[in-house]
Write a protein that binds this ligand. Structure first.
Ligand code: NAP
Length: 290
């Protein structure tokens, strides 16, 4: 299938590489064009601008945040200025508000919009193990299902309104962050009572907390494997801000959110922007005098 792909960061590059290796004809654009070099050498085409990636066809975007997606959608050479309207599939973690705005703008331009944020870090993206959470018109999702199959292990369709997928994604990221916070607090309590983090982690992940989040992040906390960041703290902070906005709009008090938001802020202030979001464990430990 012909497909455009915009955004070759940690996630986007791995996903685009899987589309190329699955035999799709991929046209790429990234703000920093050198990130496309290896994929071009594997047969992908380098487009002049986002609008040039696949006019009249399907374009995936995987970008940092709302501002980046706005730039490649509404800016000069953006997707909404494509010669023919596109089916835009947004994989980024963005606000439900922007998803609504993009849905409307594409429909007004004669195009279509599907929101399909993903669960899974860059290693899962490289291994085609992402979980895709899609929302939009069912015929649009059916059209791009072969592309989802090339990048992930399973697609969940959660509604007809694209923004609903972004709400699900934000709920998931909030729960990951809250789980990391609770693991960090428990491990700190353990350490101050002479129990090694690895011991506590083994007991809890092999009994009551055997899910992916506890296992993967538990191991990272035990090993203090916070650099290089698979999901950088500033991106985590961006997501907690999006959760806060969505919670305010829906009038939902989320007191735990305030704690993890502030711990992410402290982490970035003390450790810099290159630390993984699970690095909040350092702040939890420091607050306990460790
Ligand atoms: P990343 O490595 O920081 O990549 C960000 C991408 O956005 C790059 O292609 C960057 O271009 C582009 N970009 C940033 N600002 C831009 C602007 N103003 N105009 C145009 N392009 C711009 O981030 P990532 O880890 O791949 O994450 C991408 C998205 O996936 C985010 O929404 C994130 O929340 C979500 N996500 C991440 C993970 C994870 O574990 N990393 C997991 C699931 C979902 P340059 O190359 O030119 O900088």
């Amino acid at each position: 299938m012909d497909v455009g792909f915009v955004g070759l960061g940690q996630m986007g590059h791995a996903i685009a590489a899987n589309l190329v290796s699955a035999g799709h004809q991929v046209s790429l654009w990234n703000r920093s064009p050198d990130k496309a070099d290896d994929l071009v050498s594997q047969g992908a085409r380098l487009a002049r601008c986002p609008a040039d990636t696949a006019p009249g066809g399907v374009v995936f975007t995987m970008l940092a945040d709302d501002a980046a997606l706005e730039a490649v959608s509404f800016g000069e050479g953006g997707l909404l200025s494509a010669a023919e309207p596109v089916l835009h599939v947004s994989l980024s973690t963005i606000s439900p508000t922007l998803a609504k705005r993009l849905d409307e703008a594409h429909r007004n331009a004669g195009g279509r919009f599907v929101s399909a944020p993903v669960f899974g870090r860059p290693d899962a993206a490289a291994a085609r193990k992402l979980f895709v959470v899609a929302a939009g018109a069912s015929e649009d999702i059916a059209q791009v299902q072969p592309l989802f199959d090339a990048i992930g292990q399973r697609t969940f369709t959660v509604g007809e309104e694209p923004a609903q997928a972004n709400v699900v994604k934000l709920c998931g990221n909030f729960m990951i962050m809250a789980s990391i916070e609770s693991m960090a607090e428990a491990m700190t309590l353990g350490v101050k009572n002479g129990i090694e983090r690895a011991t506590l982690n083994e007991v809890l992940t092999e009994t009551l907390f055997g899910g992916l989040v506890h296992r993967n992040y538990g191991k990272m906390l035990v090993e203090e494997a916070f650099r290089p960041a698979g999901f950088a703290a500033p991106l985590g902070l961006k997501d907690m801000r999006l959760v806060k906005n969505a919670a305010e709009e829906a009038r939902v008090p989320m007191p735990v959110l305030g704690v993890v938001h502030d711990h992410l802020l402290s982490t970035i202030a003390r450790e810099g922007e290159d630390i993984d979001w699970s690095g909040i464990a350092r702040i939890v430990a420091a607050d306990a005098g460790l």
